[in-house]
Design a protein. Sequence first.
Length: 534
Amino acid sequence: MKPTLDYSLYLVTGRDLLPPGKDYFESLEESILGGVTVVQIREKSADTGEFLTIARQSKAICQKHGVPIIINDRIDIALAIGADGVHLGQTDMPISIARSLLPADTIIGLSVNTPEQVRKAAEDGVDYVGVGPVWGTKTKNVTSPLLGPRGVAKMLEGLEGTDVKSVAIAGIKSTNTLHCLHGSVTKNGRALDGVAVVSDIVGSTNPRAAARKIADTVKMFKAYEPPAAHKYTVTSPWWENPHTVDMLKELAGSVFESVQIFSPLVHQITNTVVTNQSANATIALGASPIMATSTEEMEDLGKVIGGLLVNFGTIKDLDCMLAAGKQANLNRNPIVFDPVGVGATAYRRAAADELLSTWQASVIKGNAGELAALANSTEVKSRGVDSVGAGFSDPARFIRDLARAERCVIVLTGKIDYVSDGHTVVALSNGHPYLAGITGSGCMVGTSVATFCAGVSMSAKSNSGAENGRLTRGDMFLAAIGGVLAVTIASEFAGVRADVKGTGTFLPALIDELGKLAPETLRDHAKIEIVHVS
Ligand SMILES: Cc1ncc(COP(=O)(O)OP(=O)(O)O)c(N)n1
Ligand SMILES: Cc1ncsc1CCOP(=O)(O)O
């Protein structure tokens, strides 16, 4: 009978990475005590005799702690020590031959990097796949394309309907494990069974602590499971809070209260066209903007901000956007991504892809053309930063599916704004026509959404004693709704003021009205409809 393995924290050994003076076997045992659940002995340069000795002694340690041992590449060594399994690469022994050589209850794992390899692995009956490389690594010279968590999720689609387990590998550390796990979930909720790690544990002087951090993160992620088949996004615990229109209005007002109570620091990396008006809009809403763009300060800022806006309208500071987002994920701060004009150039599309593979957004906001480009859909075209044409034939379905794919809340701006967390879709129909006549009104919505996300995050941080396995604290779906409503409702007040004669006088009036807005006004004036997607 095949053993059932817990793949949560899969250690792959690497003796060359041990810190000076650290004994290999001591390090292995400490890692196991820290929470490693599977060990793979990987020896790329040891001769057979040395590999055998190491494998034997490693097995004794693993056995003492009830942890299964897997041998990399070498079926003869696995047979010689009676290992629990072998791990093979694409150019190693074919699975069928390995299977015929090994006892029937031996676990066989295979490295995969493409959907075709995943499909073949499942067909060949492997027990698990090592999916990677997720990110870059110095541990091995990897030549296959980096997948990022979104790429890993695409690989996992090939495992749906099978019981083949999966671990992700390459570049995984305690600092990015939560992002890796959350980002690597299919639209139907298939998640990784664990993460495979080398350097972050083996290279540590305290492997027990290093392993503990990762093991705890995996445990927390697995414990915070939404009901089966409802694992849509990482940012909206809708299953805890079913929505009705009245409830949404009430809660959107409460989110605004959080902004005003906590006055969060909202870090904005935005474009040169709107920097000033975005900062003023943030202040008007009761929060505090910081428009910092030096990579060197991202680590410090990540510890103090309530939320981050990444708007790449004039697409500079890409390194800073990458660094800020990593820090935001690390500190579990929400990230609002506004991929302005992403459909306009190949450079922008590649930049958006790099950003979304490096960190996990909480909310992505865009017009129809931008979101179509992000989803590789040709249904809506853009011209520069504007969307052209009539929009999506079924906007609600489109954004629901995009929210599931990107594992975040999606805001689609337009005459009617749509917000979805991958489960519920709402249509928001507030707004004044002057909004379309000023530059950066969409960017202001992004700023407002980021401000509301920061508000709910700060509020949840202060409320919740126990940490959960979500990547951000607070309900980002409600925050996104609140953020859109703030700008669109304020625009309705501004647009009808006697001193507003056109778009020139409208902009300062809009800032005035944002400043006068109260949570109760948001509740009273919100035009929300829950749209059902069949
Ligand atoms: C869990 C896990 N996943 C992938 C690999 C890489 O294996 P492979 O492609 O065979 O490369 P080498 O490890 O042999 O260099 C792995 N070892 N473990
Ligand atoms: C063995 C292996 N196979 C693909 S990447 C890798 C090494 C991953 O090491 P690290 O966890 O240090 O990035």
